[in-house]
Design a protein around this ligand. Structure first.
Ligand code: NAG
Ligand code: NAG
Length: 786
C-alpha cells in the first residue's frame, strides 16, 4: 500500500477509517454502509466474513490488508482507484468466494496470481480500463466460478475461449461502449442467464451481436435500455430467432409506441415469460392496436411503470386486456381502471397490486372464466359487497388477495361470492365483526389480520371448509369459540389483540386446531389465567412461541413472568373452596371445643383458672400486712361432719404441708375447750385469713354449718368478702338452699365456688388453685393453738 492508501497497518486502521470517512463524505456522500463509515468497528477481524471496502479511494493493495481476515468470504472493492491487481494479496483468504473489483482503473490482471483465488464463485470485473476482454488461460482453472461480470469495448475472436468449458449460472456484460464484435464470440459461453447492458451506438455487425445475445442463453436480462430513437425493428426481427424463454427488461425508458413494437416482436418469439421491471414511458401514451392474439408469451409481468405523458383517445392499457396470456402482472403501474376482456380470456392469474383500482373493476365481467388468481393488494377498494359481487362471475377464482385496501361491510345487502374461492386475504382493511356475515363459504384460508374486529359472530359456522384463519392485529378481547368454527380448522392466529384475560374453556374448545398463535396479548395474570395456562399446557398441537414468548403483563408483581411459570394457589382463586376452608376450620375448632369440653371438662378448668387469677389479683389489693398481723391461721374450714372423712383425709393433708407453711383451723383440733362452740367458731373465723366452706347437701343439713356460714357472712364478708372460699364437694340443687342464705344462693348462682373434681387428673389444678387462694405469709407462731 502506498501512502494514500486507506488500508495500511492494523495500527493505522482507525486513522485510515477516519480519512476514508472524510473522503466518503467529501466525494461520495450518497454511498454509505461500508467499512469506511465505520459500520463494523467492533468486530473481531478474524471473524469477519464480509468486508465492504467500496468507495474507499484505495489505489493499491497488499497482503497484510487481508491477512487479519482469514475467514473473509465476500469482499467488495468496487469504486476505488486500483490500477493493478495481483491476486496473491488474497493468499491468506482461502475462503474468499465473492469478489467485486468493478469500477476501478484496472488495466491488467496478473493472470498467474489467479491461483490464489481458485475457489472463487463470484467475480465481478466490469467497468475497468481493460483494453481487451480476452480472458487468459488461467481463468479456465477457476473451476468453481459461477458468476462472472465483465465489460468491454471490443469483443474479439477467442476472447472467451479459455472459459468455454465452464458452465456459468450467470454472466454480466456491461457493453454500453462496445464498438466491435466478432460474431459468434458470445456463443462460446455456456450460461443459464445473461445479463447485458446493450451498446449505446450502432456499429458494424451489431445485428450479429444482437443475434448472439438472444441465442446464447435461455434467460436474458437487458437493463438500462434507453430507447428514444432506437431501431427496435431489428431487435424484434432478431428476437424471433431467439432461444430465450425468459426475458427481463429492467429500467427501460422508451415511448409507448416502442414498447408496443417490442411486445409485438416478442409475441411470436421463443419468449414465454416477459418481465418488464421499471419502465418509464415517454413522448406518447395512446392505444395502439397490435396483434397480441395467440403467441408464445404465457406470462407478462410489468412492474413499476411510470408514465410521463397522459394523452389518449382510447385507453392504452386496453391492449393488455386483449392479450392472450395466462399470467399478467401490472403492478405499481398507476392503474385506476382495467378492462373486462371483450372475449373470454385465458387469464389464469392477474396481479394488479399497488395501483389505484376502485370498486368498479371487473363488475359484471363474465369473460374471466379461467381466472384462478387475482391480486388486488394495495388498491382503492372500499365495498366488500362490490368485491363479492365482482367475484360472483369468476367461476374459477380460487385465490383473491385484497389486502391493504379500505374495505368495509355495512350489512345492507347479502353478499354473493364466487363459490370456488378458497384463499381470501382481507388483511389490512377496515372490516369489523360484521364481516362474518359476508364471507365466501368455500374459503379455506382466510386472512383477516389488521382489521377492527372485536368479536367473532356465530356466522363463522357457515365457513365449513375453513382451515386457516388469521385474526392477528384486531381488537378481540377473548379467544374465539372454536365450537362455532369448522371442524377442519388447523391454524388459528390471534396475535396482537386485546386478549388480556383469555378463557381456558374457550381455549379448550380449540383443541383440534393444529397450530395456535396468541402472541403479544398483554396477559393479565389473575385467577382466570390459570385455567388458560393449564389448557395451553395440555394443548397437543403447536403453540407458536410457547412458552418463552408468553409473559404476564399485569399485575405489576407478575410482569415479565412466563405464563407457564405463573402460579396462584387454588384457595385464593376458588370462592367455594375458600368458603369450604373457612367453614371447615371453624367446624374443626368447634368440634375440638366440644370434644375438649366433653372429655376434659374445659369449662371447669377455665373456671378454676379464673378463680385463681381473681384471687391472685385480690391478694395484691388488700392491705396484706394489716391482715397478716391479725391472723394466726391461713384458713378455717367449715364442713358437715358427714363430709369429715374427705376433709381430714384429702383436704387437710393437701393444704397443710409438712413444713407448716399453711396452717388450718379445724374445730375438732383447734377449738379451745371451755368456750362455747359458737365462741370457738367466731374465734376461729376471726383468727383465720380465709374461711373455707365445704359445700354439699350435707352441709346444708348441718345446723352448725349454718351458724358458721352465718358468722362468716356477717363478720367477715362485710369487711372483706374475698376471704370466703367455697368448695363444692357435691353438686347442690338450687332449691335445696334455704332462702335465709341469700348470700350463699347468690354466690352459688354466680358460680364463684371451686368444684371438687372427681377425676384424679384434674385434682392437681384444684389444689394449686386452692393453695393459690390462700397464699399469704403469716407471722410464724410457735404454738398453733389459740
Ligand atoms: C402463473 O400464475 C399461476 C397462478 O398464480 C402460478 O401458479 C404460476 O406459477 C404462474 N406462472 C408463471 C410462469 O409465473
Ligand atoms: C395477506 O397480505 C398481507 C399483505 O398485506 C401479507 O403480509 C400476508 O402474508 C397475506 N396473507 C397470506 C395468508 O398470505
Amino acid at each position: 500500500m502506498d501512502t494514500t492508501n486507506i488500508m495500511k497497518q492494523s495500527t493505522n486502521r482507525s486513522k485510515a477509517l477516519c480519512l476514508c470517512l472524510l473522503l466518503t463524505f467529501l466525494f461520495l456522500p450518497s454511498n454509505f454502509g461500508n467499512i469506511c463509515t465505520g459500520s463494523q468497528p467492533h468486530t473481531n477481524p478474524s471473524l469477519v466474513t464480509q468486508l465492504d471496502l467500496s468507495q474507499c479511494n484505495i489505489s493499491s493493495l497488499q497482503e497484510s490488508d487481508f491477512k487479519l481476515h482469514p475467514n473473509l468470504q465476500t469482499l467488495d472493492l468496487s469504486h476505488n482507484l486500483l490500477k493493478q491487481l495481483d491476486f496473491s494479496v488474497f493468499r491468506f483468504n482461502t475462503f474468499l468466494k465473492h469478489l467485486d473489483i468493478s469500477y476501478n482503473n484496472l488495466r491488467n490482471i496478473n493472470c498467474s496470481s489467479l491461483q490464489f483465488i481458485k475457489d472463487i464463485k463470484h467475480l465481478i470485473m466490469a467497468y475497468n480500463n481493460f483494453d481487451a476482454s480476452y480472458l487468459c488461460q488461467e481463468f479456465g482453472y477457476l473451476t468453481k466460478l459461477e458468476h462472472l461480470g465483465l465489460s468491454s469495448k471490443r469483443i474479439q475472436k477467442n476472447d472467451f475461449e479459455n472459459i468455454a468449458l465452464q458452465e456459468f449460472k450467470s454472466i454480466f456484460l456491461a457493453l454500453e461502449e462496445l464498438q466491435g464484435y466478432y460474431p459468434g464470440s458470445l456463443r462460446l459461453l455456456k450460461m443459464e442467464k445473461l445479463h447485458v447492458i446493450l451498446p449505446q451506438r450502432v456499429f458494424f455487425l451489431i445485428e450479429y451481436f444482437l443475434l448472439d445475445v438472444f441465442t446464447s442463453t435461455t434467460t436474458l436480462e437487458i437493463s438500462q435500455f434507453i430507447c428514444k430513437d432506437c431501431s427496435l425493428e431489428v431487435m424484434s426481427l432478431i428476437a424471433k430467432q431467439a432461444n430465450v424463454s425468459t426475458l427481463i427488461l429492467s429500467n427501460i425508458i422508451m415511448p409507448w409506441r416502442y414498447l408496443n413494437i417490442l411486445l409485438e416482436g416478442l409475441w411470436k418469439s421463443s419468449v414465454k415469460h416477459l418481465f418488464i421491471n421499471g419502465i418509464t414511458i415517454i413522448e406518447d401514451f395512446d392505444y395502439i392496436s397490435i396483434d397480441v392474439s395467440e403467441g408464445s408469451i404465457e406470462s407478462l409481468y410489468i412492474e413499476n411503470v411510470m408514465a410521463l405523458v397522459f394523452e389518449f383517445y382510447k385507453h392504452p392499457l386496453l391492449i393488455f386486456s386483449e392479450m392472450i396470456v395466462h399470467n399478467l402482472t401490472l403492478s405499481n403501474a398507476e392503474l385506476t381502471f382495467f378492462f373486462c376482456p371483450q372475449f373470454p380470456s385465458i387469464f389464469q392469474s392477474l396481479n394488479f397490486a399497488n395501483n389505484g383500482l376502485t370498486d368498479g373493476v371487473f363488475q359484471q365481467c363474465r369473460s374471466l372464466p379461467v381466472l384462478r388468481y387475482l391480486n388486488l393488494h394495495n388498491n382503492r377498494l372500499e365495498k366488500l359487497l362490490s368485491l363479492s359481487s365482482m367475484t360472483s362471475t369468476m367461476n374459477s377464482l380460487q385465490h383473491l388477495d385484497v389486502s391493504f385496501n379500505t374495505l368495509y361491510y355495512d350489512r345492507t345487502v347479502q353478499c354473493e361470492w364466487s363459490e370456488s374461492l378458497v384463499f381470501l386475504n382481507l388483511s389490512r382493511n377496515k372490516l369489523t365483526e360484521s364481516v362474518f356475515e359476508c364471507l365466501p363459504n368455500s374459503v379455506e384460508i382466510l386472512d383477516l389480520s389488521r382489521n377492527q374486529i372485536k368479536s367473532i359472530s356465530k356466522e363463522i359456522k357457515l365457513l365449513a371448509a375453513l382451515k386457516e384463519i388469521n385474526l392477528a392485529l384486531n381488537q378481540l378481547s377473548n379467544i374465539p369459540d372454536c365450537r362455532h368454527m369448522s371442524k377442519t380448522l388447523r391454524v388459528l392466529n390471534i396475535d396482537n389483540n386485546g386478549i388480556f384475560s383469555p378463557s381456558g374453556e374457550l381455549f379448550q374448545s380449540c383443541r383440534n386446531v393444529k397450530s395456535i398463535s396468541a402472541l403479544n396479548n398483554n396477559f393479565v395474570c389473575n385467577c382466570e389465567m390459570r385455567s388458560f395456562v393449564s389448557s395451553m399446557q395440555a394443548f397437543k398441537g403447536e403453540i407458536v412461541g410457547w412458552p418463552t414468548s408468553y409473559n404476564c403483563e399485569l399485575p405489576e408483581e407478575f410482569n415479565g413472568i412466563i405464563l407457564k411459570d405463573f402460579h396462584l394457589s387454588e384457595v385464593s382463586c376458588n370462592l367455594y373452596l375458600l368458603i369450604a376452608v373457612v367453614v371447615g376450620s371453624v367446624l374443626v375448632v368447634v368440634l375440638l371445643l366440644v370434644f375438649t369440653c366433653k372429655y376434659f371438662d374445659l369449662p371447669w378448668y377455665l373456671r378454676m383458672i379464673f378463680q385463681w387469677l381473681r384471687s391472685k389479683y385480690r391478694v395484691k389489693q388488700v392491705n396484706v400486712t394489716e391482715i397478716q398481723n391479725s391472723k394466726l391461721f391461713h384458713g378455717f374450714i367449715s364442713y358437715s361432719q358427714k363430709d369429715g372423712d374427705w376433709v381430714r383425709n384429702i383436704l387437710r393433708p393437701n393444704l397443710e404441708k409438712d413444713d407448716g407453711s399453711v396452717r388450718i383451723c379445724l374445730h375438732e383440733r383447734d377449738f379451745i375447750p371451755g368456750q362455747t362452740i359458737v365462741e370457738n367458731i367466731i374465734c376461729c373465723i376471726e383468727k383465720s385469713f380465709k374461711s373455707i366452706f365445704v359445700l354439699s347437701p350435707n352441709f346444708l343439713q348441718s345446723e352448725w354449718c349454718h351458724y358458721e356460714l352465718f358468722f362468716a357472712q356477717h363478720s367477715l364478708f362485710g369487711k372483706n368478702s374475698d376471704n370466703l372460699i367455697l368448695i363444692l364437694l357435691e353438686p347442690i340443687p338450687q332449691y335445696l338452699i334455704p332462702n335465709k342464705y341469700s348470700k350463699l344462693k347468690a354466690l352459688m348462682k354466680q358460680r364463684t365456688y371451686m368444684e371438687w373434681p372427681k377425676e384424679k387428673a384434674k385434682q392437681g389444678l384444684f389444689w394449686a388453685n386452692l393453695r393459690g387462694a390462700m397464699e399469704i405469709d403469716l407471722p410464724v407462731q410457735e404454738g398453733k393453738s389459740l
